[in-house]
Ligand binder design. Structure first.
Ligand code: G4P
Length: 538
């Protein structure tokens, strides 16, 4: 048996049992179905289908969500908590949802700063798809441990060795099978659990039933033949022989560094392989990790509570114009009503109404531990990248803001409503949904996003949430860079180039241009000024 990933000896049991992770996948691979089954086995919902049903109810409240549905993408990320009773212990799983579409990659990146691991779901017939690849690369930047689930094994799928090869080749990560499928497509009967040497059989008749496990004593156990047809059994023995020869064994350390991923095979819709995957998350999760911060890192077991905002979502409930800041707790034991320090403004903040999300219901969070995600309703004080502590001036690092790749001008349909437009834009900028720049010359705003689709989402949200029709139009600028340097050098530079200068919603100075040549020229003519395409949020 392998040890769990206890990185630094003993954590308090409440922290050690937490597993905070995200699912990454290409649209249609089965992320929603898998999430639903997680919640089902976690006891958070009674019946599969409820997540979707609740999703629908929520969506009818706004066309924006309808748009999300139409396009089959998930625009906004949220967090769900549920318990999972494994053989050894009851674990608390915190599942952070990632937006699936590439246009929202910055949001995804930030979401992944709040988790300790990612589950990568791939479709057994399709293998590694474009969006899997992109999301994987984001995980790689953070060296996140990855657990892989190869889904839809109940349908015709690709050869298993071929799938594993493709993952190793395309993603440059070693793969070790945690289970091995027996039969393909219609002949698929279940998996051999390599980690625990047992047989898991799929029940096609009941999609919500946990698979039947048959304890066996290794591959030579005569009991195998009672459950596996002879031809499939020969193939299984042959395959596993090759696996033992060719593939690395599961090594918890290599997995923790993100250089080895265990793969489970299953069928989310048939609830098959899901429990084994959950056992895998419980065992190799890993538990809450050390958080990088300045001037020192934060250990989850510290007594004092700290946390950071990785996402802000506005207007989650149209009846209350609130914003919810999603906070990942980095350390300690949080109790409702605690007074925290908002490090950026040095102001105290009483956290009286923190929420947690069970399936799609919110609940008041009476307590939470390092590793948990809590939502803090607020009126805009909390921004992405903010750190909360019990007084110490710590700042969590590594939550970047990327320069947008597309810029457009924006105009209110009704010119008398430009103040409203400004308010709406600032809100979306704070949420991290767009970059908003105010040029120092002229009126109006320049809005920057990563993908074209975000302009459409913004336009429909501004109309829905603020009753304001808007038009996005071509901007004279195509690139934005943040301006860094000592004040005298920056002042000299901005005074000489007012037509290129703007401010972002934090008041930071930005250089706008349409030519790479301009950027090169600045670097040449103003050696004391640095133009950067990322800025750390603080
Ligand atoms: P996503 O969130 O990653 O986009 O995928 P989602 O779970 O919505 O699944 C995409 C489609 O794949 C759904 O079918 C779903 O039922 C199906 N699916 C998920 N897991 C399995 C599996 O293990 N085996 C098979 N055969 N299909 C699976 P759909 O027709 O698009 O939607 P629905 O009508 O079933 O809801």
């Amino acid at each position: 048996m392998l040890d769990t990933l206890n990185n630094r000896g003993e954590l308090p049991p409440e922290i050690a049992r937490r597993r905070t992770f995200a699912i990454i996948s290409h649209p249609d691979a089965g992320k929603t179905t898998l999430t639903e089954k997680f919640l089902l086995f976690g006891g958070a919902i009674q019946m599969a289908g409820q997540v979707r049903a609740k999703g629908e109810a929520r969506r009818t409240r706004s066309d924006f969500m309808a748009m999300e549905k139409d396009r089959g993408i998930s625009v906004s990320a949220s967090a769900m908590s549920f318990d999972f009773a494994s053989k050894d212990d009851v674990f608390r799983f915190n599942l952070v949802d990632t937006p699936g579409h590439s246009d929202f990659s910055e949001d995804t990146y930030r979401t992944l700063t709040a988790v300790d691991a990612a589950v990568m779901v791939i479709d057994g017939a399709k293998g590694v798809e474009s969006q899997t690849q992109k999301l994987f690369e984001v995980c790689r930047m953070r060296d996140l441990p990855i657990l892989t689930f190869c889904n839809k094994m109940d349908r015709e799928s690709r050869d298993v060795f071929e799938i594993i090869d493709e993952i190793q080749e395309n993603l440059a990560i070693d793969v070790t099978p945690a289970s091995w499928p027996i039969g393909v497509g219609r002949d698929f009967i279940g998996c051999y659990d390599i980690l625990r040497d047992r047989l898991e059989l799929m029940d096609r008749a009941d999609r919500n039933k946990v698979s039947e496990s048959v304890e066996i004593n290794g591959l030579d156990d005569p009991k195998l033949a009672e459950h596996v047809p002879a031809a499939l059994l020969d193939k299984l023995r042959e395959d596993l022989e090759m696996v033992r020869e060719l593939m690395p064994p599961l090594n918890a350390e290599l997995m923790a560094e993100g250089s080895l991923t265990p793969i489970w095979f299953g069928s989310a819709i048939n609830s098959f392989g899901v429990k084994e995957l959950m056992e895998g998350i419980a065992k190799f999760g890993p538990e809450p990790q050390i958080q990088k911060a300045e001037p020192r890192q934060i250990l989850p077991e510290e007594n004092k509570v700290s946390g950071f905002v990785f996402k802000v979502q506005a207007n989650m409930d149209p009846k209350h114009r609130d914003r919810v800041a999603f906070v990942r707790l980095a350390s300690g034991h949080f109790l409702r009503g605690m007074k925290m320090t908002h490090v950026r403004t040095k102001k105290p903040m009483a956290i009286t109404n923190p929420v947690m999300f069970l399936a799609s219901d919110r609940e008041l969070a009476e307590e939470a531990w390092a590793g948990d995600i809590i939502g803090i309703p607020n009126h805009g004080q909390l921004r992405i990248g903010d750190t909360l502590t019990e007084g110490e001036a710590l700042r969590v690092t590594g939550i970047p803001s990327f320069a947008p790749e597309l810029l457009q001008g924006v105009r209110a349909g009704d010119p008398l409503k430009s103040k409203h437009l400004e308010k709406a834009l600032m809100q979306f900028a704070e949420e991290g949904a767009a970059k908003v720049f105010k040029p120092s010359i002229g009126s109006g705003f320049v809005v920057g996003v990563v993908g074209q689709l975000q302009f459409e989402v913004l336009a429909s949200r501004i109309e829905l949430e603020y009753g304001l029709p808007v038009r996005f139009e071509q901007s004279q600028f195509t690139s934005a860079r943040w301006v860094n340097g000592e004040k005298p050098a920056v002042d000299k530079f901005t005074q000489a180039n007012p037509q290129h200068i703007a401010h972002d919603h934090d008041g930071d100075i930005v250089y706008l241009t349409r030519l790479q040549w301009d950027i090169d020229r600045v670097e040449r003519d103003y050696p004391d000024v640095r133009l950067t395409s990322t800025k750390e949020m603080m």
